[in-house]
Design a protein around this ligand. Sequence first.
Ligand SMILES: [Zn+2]
Length: 181
Amino acid sequence: MTVGVEPEEQAGVGDADSFQRLWTPHRMAYIKGENKPSGAADCPFCEIPALPDEEGLVVARGTAVFAVLNLYPYNSGHLLVCPYRHVADYAELDEAETVEVAQFTQRALTALRKASGAQGFNVGMNLGSVAGAGIAAHLHQHVVPRWGGDTNFMPVVGHTKVLPQLLRDTRALLVEAWPEV
Ligand SMILES: [Zn+2]
């Protein structure tokens, strides 16, 4: 199943095929430091908004922030809410950014519940490398859906059992489930 264009430039997206497997190359790419910026100039969260949604795995765009699938998900459907502005510290967000980060976090919960029947969530930010931020220079709010046992992403794709769905398919489902404002 192919949805939208092939996001060939995105590491870890994977290619659709008929196999389902317990295989997480996206984590290895993360561990190896792939796509890790050496400076603001090649910050992925600054580059993603310039890409087409399918290629950048963008789920929704707001005025000050956007929601994107994490290339290195802790779980299927792992979303990131990022300001467009390259800013590291949550305390530096202006009022409009602060409000929209909150609104997009709420909409992400709604979309994930609708698309996947998520039973719980981990929501939050790691600020600074010492706190575990992979890309510390550009803050991002994690929204990680959880299920009992975390072994079954969705009733609607019941034939996919353990393995996370391909990210581009997940994106299409979340775009459809993203609430109207
Ligand atoms: Zn940035």
